[in-house]
Design a protein around this ligand. Structure first.
Ligand code: SAM
Length: 232
């Protein structure tokens, strides 16, 4: 499970990752995206995103889409909000190629992509109190109890994200797994975390239907959207 080419973090126990290793074939158009859209791909460093030459045009507010899949939602967000900056992070190379290709084709200037573990990025490259919103749409559900330590919504990551958000910044989560939704509700109600967050279940915002959401609807599963806001 542990990939030595990916940066580590001190948030999760050693060897714990929130994603599944996947070796999928890459299509010619995704490969072209990697080649021609590469100027929008940022590399992991231990330095702050804002303090380096990495992204000179970076504007505030900054939003992060964690686990963007094929990037459909990231594109919609960036296109609808040209005055904001978006960082999209995933570890899945075909999706990275797809998103880079779309950014290149549409000429978007306000979005950058990283192909790495977002937990390390949030810990090492994002300064405290600096991001306005985090999207985690349809995170891997890790349904088995022994795998819950791999879920992205868990105490250590809630604390990390809380520290990186500006006061009143939000974490938007959507899941189609009822058990995961129940766990999320329970976690944010715990006395340890409740004082630092407000919010809960919200109506589905206007966003494109992704492959995961479409499959959930076809299978008759309920989709739950949450929006939690960092308290002052
Ligand atoms: C079930 S998919 C959902 C994709 C997309 N958000 C959607 O709605 O279609 C979850 C994605 O999260 C990514 N992921 C999980 N943990 C991650 C992490 N720590 N950093 C970056 N990506 C991660 C996986 O690679 C996968 O592409």
């Amino acid at each position: 499970m542990s990939d030595p080419s990916l940066p580590t973090n001190s948030v999760l126990s050693s060897g714990i990752r929130t994603f599944k290793p996947r070796r999928s074939r890459i299509t010619p158009s995704q490969r072209n995206g990697l080649i021609y859209g590469g100027e929008n791909l940022l590399t992991f460093t231990n330095r702050s995103l804002r303090s380096t030459y990495l992204w000179p045009e970076l504007k505030s507010p900054l939003f992060i889409d964690i686990g963007f899949g094929n990037g459909v939602s990231s594109i919609a967000l960036a296109e609808a909000n040209p005055e904001y900056s978006f960082l999209a992070i995933d570890v899945h190379t075909p999706g990275v190629g797809n998103l880079l290709g779309e950014i290149h084709t549409r000429g978007l200037k306000n979005i950058r992509v990283m192909e790495t573990d977002s937990i390390a990025v949030l810990e090492h490259m994002i300064a405290p109190d600096s991001i306005s919103g985090i999207y985690t749409l349809f995170p891997d559900p890790w349904p088995k109890s022994r795998h819950h330590k791999r879920r992205i919504v868990q105490p250590a990551i809630m604390n990390l994200f809380n520290s990186r958000l500006v006061p009143q910044g939000f974490w938007h989560i959507a899941t189609d797994w009822q058990d995961y939704a129940d766990c999320i509700t329970g976690l944010f109600e715990q006395p340890n975390y409740a004082p630092r967050w407000s919010g809960g279940i919200v109506n589905r915002p206007d966003r494109p239907i992704t492959h995961y959401e479409r499959r959930a609807i076809q299978d008759g599963r309920t989709v739950t959207d949450f929006r939690f806001v960092r308290c002052e």
